[in-house]
Design a protein around this ligand. Structure first.
Ligand SMILES: [Zn+2]
Ligand SMILES: [Zn+2]
Length: 171
């Protein structure tokens, strides 16, 4: 849906994929120089963070031997709660992708070992995007870098209200 396949580096190609899966067999076999993928994939909520709109995935694939090089970008809006003040966080995540995945049944090492990113000659763009996006979510999402959080004494949100507790709880 809305997927656009573009030739890359002068190679002609049109690949039929199903459900965000790309056949990279020709690439791995050395018959194609490269492949550009533009896709939009839905990312499931992860640890309290939601993705209200599909991620825009732009990937440039190249193979060297059985090694698939994946470069590109992923952009996705995210929604969650600030770890300090509990306020809503709405942001846009922009990720640079620079990954290598080795094809072949024997491969079980590397960042994508325990998943189905690359099964045989099929690259699962949705799975790849979901894993990269979820791994980029910081522990303790903040509404802003210097979020002042909630006063532990009076419970005021210090971003919007300055209470008179002097910010200290000691004593
Ligand atoms: Zn906050
Ligand atoms: Zn206070």
């Amino acid at each position: 849906m809305g997927r656009v396949w573009r030739p890359f580096a002068g190679a002609f190609l049109y690949v039929m994929g199903s459900a965000h899966k790309i056949d990279v067999g020709a690439l791995l076999a050395g018959n194609r120089r490269g492949l550009v993928v533009d896709d939009r994939v839905t990312v499931a909520p992860f640890e309290g963070v939601e993705f209200p709109e599909p991620a825009a995935v732009h990937l440039e694939l190249q193979a060297s031997g059985r090694l698939l090089e994946i470069k590109g970008t992923i952009d996705v809006p995210l929604h969650g709660d600030c770890a300090r003040c509990l306020g809503a966080v709405d942001d846009n995540m922009h990720l640079r992708v620079d990954e290598q995945v080795e094809a072949g049944p024997s491969l079980q090492d590397g960042p994508f070992a325990e998943n189905n990113v690359l099964t045989g000659d099929r690259l699962d763009v949705a799975d790849l995007a979901a894993q990269l996006v979820c791994s980029a979510i910081p522990i303790g999402l903040l509404c802003k870098e210097d979020c002042k959080g909630i006063c532990p004494r009076c419970g005021e949100n210090r971003n919007s209200t300055s209470c008179e507790c002097n910010g200290e709880t000691s004593g």
